[in-house]
Design a protein around this ligand. Sequence first.
Ligand SMILES: [Zn+2]
Ligand SMILES: [Zn+2]
Length: 301
Amino acid sequence: MSLFKNADEFVKSLHESAPYISFAARFASFRGFIFDKRINATCTSIKIAHAGFYSTGDSKKTTGKCPFCTLEQTFKQMDDPWQMHAENSPNCEYVLLGKPDEDVNALPFRTVVNLALRCATFSKYDNILEDIRILEESERENALYRDPYSRSLIEFRNATKFLTYEHRLESFESAKIDQKKVLKATSKKLAASGFYFTSKTFATCPFCLLSIDFQEIDDEWKEHQKNVECDFVKLDKKEESEWTPEEAMMLASRMWVMHKYASGLKLVAEFEKKEKEYYEFGERVNRMMAKPKCSTRRCSI
Ligand SMILES: [Zn+2]
Ligand SMILES: [Zn+2]
């Protein structure tokens, strides 16, 4: 039973970090959408929310943003939001799943979790940029006002130190890995391939949590590249000097999210070993994102 209880808590926390994974939250954000009142308009708030967008809060409420790929679109009354999303961001994880909120129970537990992690990553990225903006614009003397934003940035920096090659390398050096001559890998190659030292002969990628036994592996980068879901692998720039500030901040946000949900992801792996429980929990987690049966403006939303 405690497996379900822990998983419930994990999903609740994930939902808080990724609120726009749910259709209901996206739909609610478009309250007062101007085209809903026009009889001839085909572009309704239901369709926009269903296509994955939430309102950016502009005065006319005609601009939506995808929480899974950050695509922003301004809608006209005859637009087809789903088609716009698919055309302008064909690699978006939400687009690739094909209107995944349409059908409860349609997606495996892990797929929904991955989608939520993507959403949480962009949400963290936006929050950190907002914290930086507030600190830059606020008066230096106003310490009481600045304090929560400074704390948030310090916590973020501390949780993402393995973003840099130097810190990853340091983790191997303090474990004196290179002194064990039997090893095939070197700490420099491991750190350059994205890994930090975890224990004995194991190293972990902080961006995707892949763990490898570096005593058994000939080419750690090739091994890492097998995990096509990893953002560090996807970016394919091992040299930090080649990163844009946005890429660096996005990788850091990803690392922060993966670190926060590391134990939750272990739970998903436990569920995967048990078919019945995996299905049962998949049902619950799908409800988090699904379109409610009643989703007209007369609803309580
Ligand atoms: Zn998208
Ligand atoms: Zn990785």
